[in-house]
Structures are given as structure tokens and as C-alpha cells.
Design a protein around this ligand. Sequence first.
Ligand code: NAX
Ligand code: K
Length: 529
Amino acid sequence: MQVTTATQMQEIDRRTILEIGIPGRVLMESAGRGCVAALDRLAGGRALSRVVVVAGRGNNGGDGFVVARYLAERGVEAPVFVVGGTDGISGEAFENLSLLEALGVAVVEVVEEVDLTALTRALSHCDMVVDALFGTGLQREVTGLYAEVVSAVNASKGPVLAVDIPSGVCADTGRVLGCAVTAQATATFCLPKAGHFLYPGWEHCGELTVVDIGIPNRAVEQAGIACSLITSQQVMGQMAPFSPHAHKGTRGHLALMGGSSGKSGAVILAAGAAVSGGAGLVSVALPACINTAFESRCLEAMSLPLPHGEDGSFHPGCGETLAGFLSGKDAVAAGPGLTTARGALSALAALLDFSVVPMVLDADALNLLAEKPELMREIKAEAVITPHPKELARLTGASVREIQEDRLGAARAFAKQTGLHVVLKGAGTVVAHPDGRCAINPTGNALLATGGTGDVLTGLIGALLAQGFSCREASEMGVYLHGEAANRLMDQGLQTGMAASRLIDLLPGVLSDAMAGNLEPRAPETRVI
Ligand SMILES: NC(=O)C1=CN([C@@H]2O[C@H](COP(=O)(O)OP(=O)(O)OC[C@H]3O[C@@H](n4cnc5c(N)ncnc54)[C@H](O)[C@@H]3O)[C@@H](O)[C@H]2O)[C@@H](O)CC1
Ligand SMILES: [K+]
């Protein structure tokens, strides 16, 4: 499903109005009517007698004026509070404001602190609230009177319908700019915005409805939208059933490298996930000191124990052995439990030097790349990296805060700069590809915030690469299916304490459902009217 930015949406609106010739007023009328339909849905059949419309001075407020007009025509009391005052409101918003005045709908200006009393009183005596303060035109932090209005809306008695996006949420990043309305439902127009699906914006939206306001496809196609939401339909479409003639040699052979004394679990989890992720064969190069542990826990994978140093990691001289190890493998996964010791660095350097197949790099492989960025030039085939924010911070030199403020932007910039496919993990995982395209993953939950889940993801993506999926496909399918496994555990009632290995147990079922076309949709409930 395509997802837009605020700037793209403004460009789509501009083309629709100026180049194609559908008047802005017609779009605003459709937007307002769509919001009324979403409001009725939110009411769930309950009769509405009083709905408070909180409007700003831009076109988002204009949509709110349309909503108030339709409600008033139905006999619903729908007072409109215009925050910042009505002076200087222009364009279609002004035209719709004038209609309210002509029809005798109450319009109250909120320009000073004292005006908040009337608003607060109205908000405590209403069935519902329409938040039409800011939409895609929000440009800066919400402060002062506007911030007080946001908290009054959040303290209101009735449920809140947000027009386009909850006011205060940045449409591009999902960031809360100072403060934001928490809505029970959001009605957006034409296409969803990235901020609807990125954290914390997602948590402010409630049920999301996409309203078709008559914007022609041509205007959307010309906008060059590069971002999408990964959907169950997409993943099921990519996951073709296996040929009945498949054997282990045709299902892909993954080479995995990692592990160290004290971190044998990381490579055990990654190998287990690769097996459950459908790889035909999995071979693991690891320091000999953890081989017994590995073999006793992972029966299906083969291992190549390599000399280890006193630090329990690879011995610095073991790199040469990797050339033979990589021969005949379809994909490589490296990093889980690797450490950043000297021997791990030379093993990684040798791996990058010898490998010519697609790879996924994670954990300490990324920390080593951050220490020696010139190693990135040794990557010969397409590669996926799966950093969490701290790892991406190390790789880019940005702070974790900067990355978290614009996760999509940070991942896209690094993918473009390095030519790598970047999976930025964390609440609201995003995937960015070297060609500028990117995707937001809707699956997964807080159960994943525990050690080892990243190793499972690495093994799964490695398995998908070994089976012949491209880096683009494997990264997007991998994050979706991995999150789906966590969603299933939460559906079963698990709230905390998930061992990462439980994901591995679920993966075969999740993958089988994807192949059979039986994945249930996991995007925030999105309907189109
Ligand atoms: N023709 C169109 O372009 C359409 C636009 N639509 C609506 O128009 C919205 C976008 O309208 P606008 O571009 O006018 O923008 P908004 O209405 O979202 O906000 C712009 C107004 O808020 C002010 N503002 C921005 N950030 C502020 C802050 N932090 N504190 C105080 N004031 C702030 C601006 O100065 C401006 O007055 C969409 O979200 C959607 O609801 C819909 O009516 C569909 C058609
Ligand atoms: K809004």
C-alpha cells in the first residue's frame, strides 16, 4: 500500500486542482463528507446530539467547517472553535467558514487564555470531538495556546475523530511535535501518510479510514511515491509455493558466521531461524570453543569449528579457511555473537573478501563496519544490514535521538549513501533500499524487545536470501514474518517474557500460512470510503 509524505500530498493536491482542474472546494467538500461518515462509524449507531469541532486556520480547519455544516443540517449541535481566530483565514477554508456564518452555526474564536474556558466547557458536554486543528501543514512544535487546546481535547468527554492526522503528529515521521491529540479514529484523504504508521504517530491515530476524495490516479502517479506499507497481501504474493520436486539442494544453502564464548546463543538462534525459515541447508562457521554447545542445541545445521583465540572469539589467523567454507553457498549471514575482537575483524574481512553471494549483516558485523567503514567497499553482491538505532548511530555518526526523530529518513539516507538495504529495527521497523524506495512494517510488538530476537531476524532473512529472494524481498518479507510471529504470540495472550526461540518455533507455521495465502491483515485497521 502506497504511503505519502506531507510534501507529496500537497503536490498531489496542487496537480489535482491546478493542472487537472478539480476545484479545491470540491476536494474539501468530499473530505468533510468522508469525515462525517467516519464520525458515524465511530458513533457506532449512537445518535449524536452535540459534536465539538476544534479547527485551525488552514485547510484542515476548512475540512472541520464542512463537517460542522453537515452535522448542523442533520440537527446536531456542532459549535466550531477556531483556534487562533478567524481573521485572515483564506481560500476554501474561508468560503466554508462563510457558509457556517450564513447558516447560523456557532463559531467561537479562541485567541487568548480566557477563551479556553468556553472550549473546555463545551468539550465536557459533547458526544464527540472533531480535531481539525492541524493536518499536513503542521510546521513546528505545538506550543502556547495551541498546546493547551490539544490537552483540552485529550481531556474531553467524547471520543475524538482526527481530520487527516491527529494534530501535533508529524505526517512524515510520526513524531509528536511538542504534544499531540490522541484520537479514537482518524479519517485521512486519498492515501495514508507515513506518520500514520510510524511510532509514536500510530498510537495517536486509532482506527484509520482512508477517504477517497476524488483525486485522479494521474495526480498520484506523477508524485513519485517511494514509500509503502508492507502488507500481508504483498508477502503472500511473494511467497510462492515450493515446487513438489524441491530437495535440500534446491532450497538454498546459507553460510552463517558468528558466535563466541558467552554469545553462542546468538548463532544458535540465527541458525535455528534459518532452518525454520526454510533454508535447504545451513552451515555455520564458529569458534571451536562453542562448537559443542552449538551442536547440542542445533541438530539440523552443520558446523565448521575454526581456531579460537583466548578471548573466545575467532583466532585472527582463521580467515583463510573461510574461502572453502563459502564455496557452494547461496547466501551469507554474519554478525550474531561475533564480538568486535581482532580475530572477529579478520574473519569478517575475509568473509567480505571471499563472498560473492547476497548477504545479511547484523550486530557485531555492523559494529566492526562502523569501526572500519572501508570494509563496506569489499561487499560484492547485494547486502542487507539490520541495525537497531544504536548500531545505525555508530555507522552514520548521528545520535540515536536524531535517528529516532526521523527513522525513515535516516534509513533512506544510509541506504542511498552505501548501496545497502537497511532494515532499521525497533518499534515501527522500516526498510530502505538503495534506489530510494522504502517500506514501513506494521507487524511486531513489544514482545520483541528482548535479547535474541534480532538474531532470529538475521537467520530468517539469510534463509530467504538463500532461497533466492532478492535483498528487497527478503528484507521486507523477513521483518513482516518475524513480526507476525510475535503478533501471534501476543494474540495467544503472551504479554511479557518471550524467549526469542519461541519465534523460531512459530516461523514454519507463519511461512506456511504465507504460502497458502492465509495470513490475516496486520496493518492498523484501514478501510477506504
Ligand atoms: N486542497 C487541498 O490541499 C486539500 C487539503 N485538505 C486538508 O488540508 C490540510 C492541509 O492544509 P494546510 O496546508 O492549510 O495546513 P494545515 O491546515 O494542516 O495547517 C496550516 C495552518 O497551521 C499553522 N501552523 C502550522 N504549524 C503550526 C504550529 N505548530 N503552531 C501554530 N500554528 C501552526 C499554519 O500557519 C497554517 O495556518 C490537510 O491536512 C487536509 O486536512 C483537504 O481539504 C483535501 C484537499
Ligand atoms: K487534525
